[in-house]
Write a protein that binds this ligand. Structure first.
Ligand SMILES: *Cc1c(COP(=O)(O)O)cnc(C)c1O
Length: 392
């Protein structure tokens, strides 16, 4: 199937059907699988042949999901995980040992930041943060102990980018593993492995599911690096439920059409809001005014589903704006069919000091919109009315 186009793989890559000839895949709700005989059991356990043993190791639904995701990301192999954080943690813990060092972009998903700052230090693993746009900073932060570079591009919520080709160039000659959390872009928009990244991690909870229903995650990589991930995952147990594997494989079928629409709506929203009298700045990677527009065009197929803007009235107006929305949801998720608004300074990032927030691009009036699939006129009306109501 691998020469087929993205949309076709997303729909047609499927597991072998059973004797029932079902069109849509069944759910393999089973914790274990049977062996034909003692020799079959022995050879499966000895890794001499491929096959299912136990659903903590593999399951047909999870395999269908992950094999398809690998084809879509350009990866050789991978593993489905129970959540995005299970994927982030496993992909780090599998390779890092006491004394190792990680260089990471400063603006990371909150729980990833907690892993780097609170958990990994317990095992003697240190890190340095770099402003994602500071090219020299990346090189300066690397030491002889650096084993991994971890980053998110576009960053959340500031939407800053880093040139993946540049980062891979820094890492390759030094034998450093490049691990990219690609959940903001989704595999339809950006494929870090094609630029040379070693590992791509996902929270499938976001655009991959795209319908706000389940938690899921994935780690995809090369055959060379995979054994460490497989060993760590099999024996520590961050396994995905077969029901979620089934749902997420179904979700991938519509990822291309959903992403086209998310991006279409997001582009429309961003260009309409640009120049609005209540707003200081509107950011969207495919707007000509975006500071890293050229880079966005280089490594992203489309601009993504997230738009941010800066309210002139700061924190106070941010809160008023959220309260004035009638349709758009206030929620901690993103990548849903439903448009979601977040005011990071008063919610997700309220525990940081103002200085820390500014260091990751979170200004007091910053609002993040995860643009959904409703009609753009209704999204615009809700936002315009809330802007009007909050400006007074
Ligand atoms: C949501 C998210 C995660 C964590 O994923 P879960 O599925 O919630 O565990 C990690 N990274 C990014 C960028 C995210 O948005």
């Amino acid at each position: 199937m691998s020469e087929k186009k993205f949309e076709t793989i997303a729909i047609r890559h499927q597991m072998q059907r059973s004797a029932q000839k079902e069109h849509s895949a069944p759910i393999y709700a089973t914790s274990s699988f049977m062996f034909d005989d003692a020799e079959d059991a022995r050879s499966l356990f000895a890794d001499e042949k491929e096959g299912n043993i136990y659903s903590r190791y593999s399951n047909p639904n999870n395999d269908e999901f992950i094999e398809k995701l690998c084809l879509l990301e350009g990866a050789e192999t991978g593993m489905a995980m129970a959540s995005g954080m299970a994927a982030m943690f496993t992909s780090m813990a599998a390779f890092l040992s006491s004394g190792d060092h990680v260089v990471a972009s400063r603006s990371l998903f909150g729980s990833t930041h907690q892993i780097l700052t609170k958990l990994l230090p317990k095992w003697g693993i240190t890190h340095s943060y770099v402003d994602i746009r500071d090219l020299e900073g990346w090189e300066k932060a690397i030491t002889s102990k650096t084993k991994m570079i971890f980053l998110e591009t576009p960053s959340n919520p500031a939407l800053d980018l880093i040139d993946l080709e540049y980062i891979v160039g820094l890492a390759k000659s030094r034998g450093i593993i490049v691990n990219v959390d690609n959940c903001f872009a989704s595999p339809y928009i950006q494929n870090p492995i094609k630029w040379g990244a070693d590992i791509v991690t996902h929270s499938a909870t976001k655009f991959i599911d795209g319908q706000g229903r389940v938690l899921g995650g994935a780690v995809v990589t090369s055959k060379e690096l995979f054994p460490e991930i497989k060993f760590m995952a099999r024996h520590t147990g961050p396994a995905m439920s077969p029901f979620h594997g089934w749902l997420l494989s179904k979700s991938l079928e519509t990822l291309p059409v959903r992403m086209e629409k998310h991006c279409d709506n997001a582009m429309h929203l961003a260009s309409t809001l640009e120049g609005h009298p209540s707003l200081q700045q509107v950011k969207y990677p495919f707007l000509k005014s975006f500071p890293q527009y050229e880079l966005a065009k280089k490594q992203m197929r489309l601009g993504g589903g997230i738009v941010t803007f800066e309210l002139k009235g700061g924190i106070e107006q941010g809160r008023k704006f959220l309260d004035a929305l009638k349709m758009i949801s206030l929620s901690a998720n993103l990548g849903d069919t439903r448009t979601i608004a977040t005011h990071p300074a008063s919610t997700t990032h309220s525990k940081l000091s103002e200085e820390e927030r500014l260091a990751v691009g979170i200004t007091p009036g910053l609002v993040r919109i995860s643009v959904g699939l409703e009609h753009i006129d209704d999204i615009l009306e809700d936002i315009n009315k809330a802007l009007e109501a909050s400006a007074s």
